[in-house]
Design a binder for this molecule. Structure first.
Ligand code: APR
Length: 307
C-alpha cells in the first residue's frame, strides 16, 4: 500500500502523520511545491516511527515521479481561508491548483483512488473527477465526515455524554447550505429529540454550519486541520482495510436523490474499490428541498469553473 498526500501544509502533513501513526501504508509520499517543505516534514515524520513503532516509510518530494504507483492519493493542495473569507472565494485559485495536481497525479498513478480535501470541497472534487477521467467511484470528497464530527461534538458538549455514542449524518454541500439530518440523529440509538428541545437543536445545527469559520476566526492565519485530517484518514482507513464503512462523503450523483452531474455529500459505502454504493436514505419533503437547494448552490459554482 502506497499513499501519496499532496500539499504538505497543515491538513496534508497532519493527515500524513495520522496515516503513519496508524500504519495504514508501507510507504507515504508527501508532495508540495515548496522546496524542502515536504522533504523536511517527511523526514521528521519518518524519524518518529522508531518511537511510535510503525513501519511506514515516509518520503517528501517536489516531484510526482516519487508518487508513481500510489494506491490512494489525498489532495490537500491549495490555499486555506482567512477570517472574512467564504470557501467559494478560494474557488478560482484552488481550481487551478487541483487541476494541475490531478493531471500530475493521474499520469503517475492511473489506478489510484483520489480523496479530495481542498476547498470549496464539492467543486474541487468535481474538478478532480473531470480532469482525471476516472470512474466516479474512485474520486471522493471529504466533507460530510468532518461536518458530522463537528455536529456530534457539539451534541456531546451540550449533553455531557461520550462523542462515541452519537450517531448522525450531515449531508449536502460543504458550506452554509449543508443538511444535518436531525431526524436520523441518535444517542445510543435513542432519537436526539428525546434529549433536547428544538431551540437547542437549532442552535447546534447553526454552529455546525458555521463550524469551519469558527476555527478560522480563532486561528486567523488559516483554517482547521486536526478534524479535517482525521476525517480524510477515516476514509483512507476504510479503503485500505476494505471496511465497508457507511460514511457521508462527496460523491458524483447520476440520478440518486433526484440529482445529477454534481458532487454533493451523501452516505456511501467505502471499501477497497472506493465508493462501493451510494445509499439513498428516505428524506422528508423539507430535507429533500434542503438537499436540492444545497446541490443547486454547488452546481451554480461548478458552472463558474473555467477548466
Ligand atoms: N502543488 C502542491 N502543493 C501545493 C500547490 C501545488 N500546485 N499549491 C499549493 N500547495 C501547497 C502549499 O505550498 C501548502 O504547503 O498546499 C499547502 C496548503 O497548506 P496550508 O496553506 O497549510 O493549508 P491547509 O490548512 O493545509 O488547507 C489546504 O484544505 O481544508 C482545505 O480549505 C483548505 O483548501 C484548503 C486545503
Amino acid at each position: 500500500m502506497k499513499i501519496t498526500v499532496v500539499g504538505a501544509g497543515n491538513v496534508g502533513a497532519t493527515a500524513a502523520q495520522r496515516i503513519v501513526d496508524k500504519e495504514l501504508a508501507n510507504e507515504v509520499v508527501l508532495v508540495d511545491i515548496i522546496e524542502g517543505l515536504p522533504q523536511g516534514k517527511g523526514l521528521d515524520m519518518y524519524e518518529s516511527t522508531p518511537i511510535e513503532g510503525t513501519d511506514t516509510l515516509v518520503r517528501g518530494s517536489n516531484s510526482y515521479d516519487d508518487t508513481a504507483g500510489s494506491n490512494i492519493v489525498v489532495i490537500t493542495a491549495g490555499i486555506a481561508r482567512k477570517p472574512g473569507m467564504t470557501r467559494e472565494q478560494l474557488q478560482d485559485t484552488n481550481a487551478g491548483i487541483v487541476k494541475g495536481v490531478t493531471e500530475a497525479v493521474v499520469a503517475k498513478s492511473p489506478q489510484a483512488i483520489l480523496i479530495i480535501v481542498s476547498n470549496p470541497l464539492d467543486v474541487m472534487t468535481y474538478v478532480a473527477f473531470k480532469v482525471s477521467g476516472f470512474e466516479r467511484h474512485r474520486v471522493i470528497g471529504m466533507a460530510g465526515i468532518l461536518d458530522t464530527a463537528r455536529y456530534r461534538t457539539f451534541i456531546a458538549m451540550e449533553l455531557g455524554v461520550s462523542v462515541r455514542d452519537i450517531q448522525a449524518l450531515v449531508l449536502g454541500g460543504h458550506g452554509d447550505s449543508m443538511v444535518p439530518l436531525v431526524r436520523y440523529t441518535t444517542i445510543a440509538g435513542v432519537p436526539l429529540a428525546e434529549f433536547m428541545d428544538r431551540p437547542t437543536i437549532d442552535k447546534i445545527v447553526k454552529r455546525t454550519r458555521d463550524g469551519g469559520i469558527e476555527i478560522v476566526n480563532y486561528l486567523k492565519t488559516g483554517s482547521a486541520y486536526y478534524a479535517p485530517s482525521a476525517a480524510a484518514v477515516e476514509m483512507v482507513e476504510a479503503v485500505v482495510k476494505d471496511k465497508k464503512r457507511i460514511l457521508p462523503c462527496a460523491a458524483y450523483l447520476q440520478g440518486e436523490y433526484g440529482l445529477r452531474d454534481t458532487y454533493i455529500g451523501v452516505p456511501v459505502k467505502l471499501g477497497r474499490k472506493g465508493i462501493e454504493q451510494i445509499i439513498e436514505v428516505p428524506l422528508t419533503p423539507e430535507e429533500k428541498t434542503a438537499l436540492t437547494k444545497s446541490a443547486d448552490e454547488v452546481k451554480s459554482n461548478i458552472s463558474k469553473l473555467k477548466l
